[in-house]
Design a binder for this molecule. Structure first.
Ligand code: ADP
Ligand code: MG
Length: 270
């Protein structure tokens, strides 16, 4: 995949970052950079610490050691209103939005720009409309957020993130709950956003095959909480690396996985 961001300064950078809870380090010594226009994916087994790392980068957890830089400045040096215009965060928690329409939930993405009363200008409304079209949720605008499916909620929250017009998107398993059409639509949209708007994306991905499809670079977080390898998608996506990362050393599982990947490649070539 062509890396358009190669000559630009990273908009996210972590230096020797230990993330975890209390004093318990879950992911140690992470050195991560994400440049404008780049998609960087975290992959690795359940419980490796991908969400913990993303929460720390997003500022929801304090680093146990090390530093997170956003646009060259230490993360904790930003005022909250300033950071809200720079980064959109979509983690796995679903915010409660009782009795709100989907359009109202999406419009919350404009809050960093609207001032305390949250009154949308004409420009804000246009940006909300555009985000809804981009994420294909216009038909849900009037639906009650409480009464839509998990996959639809996922897309509504994504539209909210898009209309925040961020420089950075931090997404934890954004394709969870989506069916295959919406997964692919989502990845396509992400490419569009990074390509046209230069947004930097860091996200965790459950499915390594999808990470391979969309990422400029892939970061492997191992079961023992280390950043085991960072490379271009093609460098990381080798049978032996994925097998080791996910503990597929057992011959049967590995054969099944290899067969699965080959079948995907075969059908893509049809
Ligand atoms: P992943 O996203 O890679 O599946 P997580 O970051 O969710 O992994 O979890 C990594 C480890 O952190 C797990 O061992 C999990 O039990 C632990 N953990 C997650 N949340 C908390 C928490 N709030 N307090 C303490 N430990 C936690
Ligand atoms: Mg997780």
């Amino acid at each position: 995949m062509i890396n358009k961001a190669v000559n630009r300064e990273p908009v996210i950078k972590t230096e020797n970052l230990d993330s975890g809870y209390g004093k318990k380090v879950i992911v140690a010594g992470a050195e991560i950079t994400v440049k404008p226009g780049e998609i960087v994916s975290l992959i690795g087994p359940n419980g490796a610490g991908k969400s913990t790392l993303l929460r720390t980068i997003a500022g929801q957890l304090e680093p146990i050691a090390g530093t997170v830089y956003i646009d060259g400045k230490e993360r904790h040096g930003y005022a909250s209103a300033e950071i809200a215009r720079k980064q959109a965060v979509m983690l796995t928690e679903r915010p409660p939005a009782e009795r709100m329409s989907c359009m109202e939930v999406i419009s919350l993405g404009r809050y960093p720009y609207t001032g305390r009363l949250g009154i949308l200008s004409q420009d804000d409304r246009r940006i909300v409309q555009e985000a809804m079209e981009l994420v294909h949720v216009s038909e849900l605008a009037g639906s009650s957020y409480d009464q839509i499916s998990d996959g639809q909620k996922q897309r509504v929250l994504l539209a909210r993130a898009v209309c925040q017009e961020p420089e950075i998107m931090i997404l934890d398993e954004p394709t969870a709950y989506l069916d295959i059409k919406h997964k692919l639509e989502f990845l396509d949209m992400l490419r569009d956003l990074t390509g046209k708007r230069g947004i930097a994306v860091i996200m965790s991905m459950h499915e390594p095959e999808l990470a391979h499809l969309v990422s400029d670079r892939v970061i492997c977080v191992s079961a023992d909480g280390r950043v085991e390898m960072t490379g271009t998608s093609d460098e990381v996506f080798r049978d032996e690396i994925i097998s080791r990362l996910y503990g597929l050393d057992d011959g049967r599982l590995r054969d099944l996985y290899t067969g699965f990947v080959r079948s995907l490649e075969g059908s893509a070539g049809c």
